[in-house]
Design a protein. Structure first.
Ligand SMILES: [Zn+2]
Length: 651
């Protein structure tokens, strides 16, 4: 199939606010060329995307569009009315890959893109409506007849995001025309003179704001604002799940705490952050800051996962964070990064990126297998030996990650986020470049260009070399994570100075070849939990830099349930690479992977009761010295299904 003549692409990044403290860089201004993030992007291109295209074809997602075009009377394929979004999310990722250097080799990917675009254009109704589930006469359903479960506006949201990305990255506006037509139809139907309703699944809000940014049309922003303001007034018709599930129990501005279905909550908050940014709505923004802080303080797993309940895929109560039944849907991880990034652009506050980084390297990364073709839907922090891990609500299939799902929201979400990683590395404002996340990359902001070398997060040395210098003074700023104690910064041959958390800034006249060396010590430490967090009381989790570690049974001779750690042992932790002799049972977990080993005590409880009396001395427990070996949490579950723990006992 021949590619259409591509018009000029703006290369604008996925999120492009018109207001706020910081401006994103254009996608093409950042190229990730080495290290873990480059490996991830390479894997996305060569494994995850080809695998997913095959799965999407097999699952019939494209056929649903063809059925509408052909009017052939075939049934809608699949169980859910939102399966069109799997195509949209995949396309959103694909356009980044098709715009990258070397894309001419992606023949199948280009064919898929062309085929999908043609089908989407062809399936749209004359009035702009598009949902292959509701358009299919065999479902016997009317458009907009079930906003609670229909997901039609959610579909529109993902269509818009794919369309905006295609326009920005490829200069291809075919999908944008479809998206605008559908969005105009939605504006007529639900706008100021339309039906006062909201979609059961937030998502369209952030997409509408981005469409408004891309096209300059204020209607889309107005509609997004209406959807944010309407939610929380009991408009969602309830039949099975409670109002909290849809965040329809309180208006967002008054919501006491993040609640309900975790992915819905994250998407809603991200969309609200966009609305607040564009409308300069300070009270809405203050609510979002409050909700974010409350979430970080009481509802987020140490991995950055959100969602403690399999029931309703919901966020739990404050401090309800069980390890083995953590839900932490992969999509929820992405939604937290989307929300945090928008808060960061609005404020320049590095605390949002500290959380973003935790999510990226833990709750998000764990969702994908090492080879890139299997996915977790939910992400527990513990696996017990006799537990039959299944993913999401689906009861059959593999014990660990699986190739695809009947509800495959996560895999294409993983794809688009991997493709967009370069959009989240650095930002700018007048005569300043802010490096938010570290990778080996080239970065350009106007006439300032730098070459950054970092084997992050395995190593905390970040060397930035100026390759093109602007006239006059210019500021380079580097994020120093809150966990980085004793970080230092040195310019050229000057003495290194210690820098605290936040931004380490250097403003001066730069010359080509000037160097800035940031050293973020990757110290191994361990965290305990808040006293009200009952599920992990008496346990500690080991971290190194932004990485959370876990003990997998295959690396440890004694049961991971009987490893007892203490701060002295953690302080003696040594780093190993994955080829170390003690990890001989470990097939390569990847180049550069840092594994930890530390002295521990091993508990052996003779005839331990399930419920000993309070005051029981525990003298029948025998402790022997031993060693624990830990691997990065995001790499767990790539071998046999065996026990795993993030939280290790301290007694
Ligand atoms: Zn998902």
């Amino acid at each position: 199939m021949e590619a259409p003549a591509m018009r000029q692409a703006s290369g604008t990044s996925a999120v492009n606010p018109g207001k706020g403290v910081l401006r994103p860089l254009a996608t093409a201004a950042v190229k990730i060329t080495g290290g873990l993030l480059a490996q991830w992007q390479q894997r996305n291109r060569t494994a995850t995307i080809p695998h997913s295209l095959t799965e999407l074809r097999k699952s019939g997602n494209l056929e649903n569009f063809r059925t509408i075009i052909n009017g052939n009377g075939l049934d809608f394929v699949g169980r859910y009315p939102f399966l069109d979004t799997d195509i949209y999310k995949t396309l959103e990722g694909l356009v980044y890959e098709l715009a990258r250097d070397g894309a001419s080799e992606l023949l199948e990917e280009r064919d898929f893109y062309e085929e999908a675009v043609e089908l989407i254009v062809g399936a749209q109704s004359a009035n702009g409506y598009l949902s292959t589930y509701y358009q299919n006469p065999t479902t016997g359903k009317e458009a907009w007849s079930d906003l609670t479960w229909g997901h039609e506006l959610y579909n529109l949201g993902h269509l818009i995001q794919a369309a905006v990305a295609a326009k920005r990255q490829l200069g291809d506006d075919r999908l944008l025309e479809v998206a605008r037509h559908f969005a105009d139809h939605a504006f007529e139907t639900f706008g100021p003179d339309g039906i006062e309703q909201v979609c059961g699944h937030p998502e369209v809000e952030m997409a509408l704001v981005e469409l408004s940014r891309e096209t300059g049309c204020p209607n889309y922003l107005e509609l997004a604002t209406l959807f944010i303001d309407r939610r929380g007034r009991g408009l969602v018709e309830l039949n099975h799940f409670p109002a909290e599930y849809f965040q329809d129990n309180h208006p967002l501005r008054e919501l006491p705490s993040v609640t309900g279905h975790a992915v819905r909550m994250g998407y809603l908050a991200a969309g609200a952050a966009d609305v607040a940014a564009e409308t300069a709505d300070t009270t809405l923004f203050a609510s979002l800051e409050r909700l974010w802080q409350d979430m970080v303080n009481s509802k987020l797993y140490i991995t950055g996962g959100l969602g403690s309940r399999h029931s309703d895929e919901a966020i739990g109560d404050r401090y309800e964070l069980p390890s083995e039944r953590s839900y932490s849907e992969t999509c929820a991880a992405i939604s937290i990064m989307q929300w945090g990034w928008r808060m960061f652009l609005a404020t320049a506050d590095t605390r949002y990126i500290d959380v973003f980084e935790t999510v990226l390297y833990n709750a998000y990364a764990v969702g994908l297998s090492l080879e890139g073709t299997k996915f977790f839907y939910d992400n527990p922090l513990q696996r017990r030996g006799d537990h039959e891990q299944r993913s999401g609500a689906e009861t059959d299939g593999d014990l660990l990650r699986r190739s695809w799902f009947g509800c495959p929201c996560c895999p294409p979400n993983v794809i688009r986020w991997m493709s967009e990683l370069q959009d989240y590395i650095a930002v700018e404002k007048q005569d300043s470049l802010f490096i938010a996340n570290y990778a080996t990359a080239t970065i350009r902001s106007g006439t300032m260009a730098v070459d950054m070398k970092a084997n992050y997060p395995w190593d905390g040395n970040v060397l930035t070399t100026v390759t093109e210098a602007p006239e006059g003074e210019f500021m380079l700023a580097f994020r120093v994570p809150a966990w980085a104690k004793g970080a230092t910064l040195a310019v050229n041959d000057e003495a290194a100075v210690e820098v605290g958390s936040g931004w380490a800034q250097v403003e001066r006249e730069w010359r080509t070849g000037d160097r800035v060396q940031l050293v973020v010590p990757m110290v191994v430490s361990a965290h305990i939990s808040h006293p009200h967090l009952d599920a992990t009381r008496g346990s500690a989790a080991v971290v190194r830099g932004p990485l959370v570690y876990c003990a997998e049974q295959q690396d440890n001779e004694t049961s991971v349930d009987d490893l007892i750690i203490d701060s002295a042992g953690v302080a003696q932790a040594r780093t190993l690479d994955a080829a170390a002799p003690s990890l001989s049972s470990t097939p390569a977990l990847g180049a550069d992977v840092v594994t930890l080993t530390m002295p521990v005590r091993v508990a052996e409880a003779a005839d331990a009761e399930l419920y000993p009396l309070l005051g029981h001395s525990g003298t029948d427990t025998v402790f022997t010295p031993g060693t624990a070996t830990l691997v990065p949490y995001f790499l767990w579950g790539n071998r046999q299904a065996q026990p795993m723990r993030v939280w290790l006992r301290t007694y």
